[in-house]
Design a protein around this ligand. Structure first.
Ligand code: CO
Length: 279
């Protein structure tokens, strides 16, 4: 998740000097950022398209032509239109103080006039992007949180015996049965609203379910949360230092994509991320 800060350095408009922009680009690279330089004489639409394509955190606009009062606001409008107004925009050039105030009021985050150093610029970008990414993550969490338990896996000694309780007593319907050979498992899925109870019987005494039962007895084996993207959740788990069992998503029962977090990182419960794959 700690990807480097990406900056697009752009020179909108018609002026033909890019020494300053090149120095800034190199300076930001030296500060550890990934910098894309668009070259001279780009239109506002080209700059915004490149910024979206390259998924940058920041656009640095350079203008020596005096056209900043039309070009900079036009770029903000274009970003808005493309739904990319979360991208930080800074400007640089020979820009009088009254224009600086006006541009900042419009939404240019900062204007660096001659005499500012690239280090100042890099520090500013870094602190603002960090803040942006922080709020993004906080805001994204409730939305991307799992909405439903996809299934609860229950380790049983005998499917036949277990069905007497789950199917015959509780009245849940068996909607699917499946052999999962690489896990040495025979599974039966019972429907419970949007959720399933997944009964797991081992087909070999060496399988994970057999080992689980030998150690802890039959019972709840794992809880599976339905998520939009198993790979994203794996990445997130890893970057939070959780112990994951799978390095990459794999195919589980009912052709779903799954991956497990070790019980040691989930308060004793083997935890599964589970993604429905559209066929
Ligand atoms: Co499962």
């Amino acid at each position: 998740m700690k990807r480097p800060i990406r900056v697009l350095v752009a020179k909108p408009g018609l002026d033909g000097h890019d020494r300053g922009a090149l120095i800034v680009a190199q300076g930001l690279r030296d500060a550890g950022m990934e910098v894309i330089y668009t070259g001279l004489r780009q239109t506002v639409a080209q700059i915004v398209a490149a910024a979206v394509d390259e998924d940058v955190d920041c656009i640095g606009l350079s203008s020596l032509s005096g056209a900043h009062m039309s070009l900079f606001p036009a770029l903000l409008d274009e970003l808005q239109k493309e739904g990319a107004n979360d991208i930080l925009v800074i400007g640089g050039g020979v820009i009088p103080p009254t224009d600086v105030r006006a541009l900042k009021a419009l939404g240019i985050a900062e204007i660096f006039t001659p005499g500012s150093t690239v280090t100042e610029m890099a520090d500013f970008i870094r602190s603002r992007v960090r803040k942006n990414r922080g709020t993004e993550r906080a805001a994204a969490d409730p939305a991307s949180a799992p909405q439903v338990i996809d299934h609860i896996g229950v380790a049983v000694v005998s499917l036949e015996d277990a069905l007497r309780f789950y199917r015959d007593h509780l009245g849940l319907q068996v909607v699917h049965e499946e052999m999962i050979p690489d896990q040495h498992v025979r599974a039966a899925f019972l429907q419970l609203g949007e959720t399933h109870i997944e009964l797991l019987e081992s087909t070999s005494e060496h399988g994970p379910i057999a080992r689980f039962i030998a150690k802890r007895g039959p019972g709840v084996h794992h809880v599976a949360y339905r998520v939009d993207s198993v790979s994203e959740w794996l990445e997130r788990a890893r970057s939070s230092g959780l112990r994951v069992i799978d390095d990459a998503p794999r195919t589980g029962g009912q052709h779903k994509l799954i991956a497990f977090v070790h019980p040691a990182s989930a308060h004793g419960v083997l935890t599964e991320y589970c993604q429905i794959v559209q066929e």
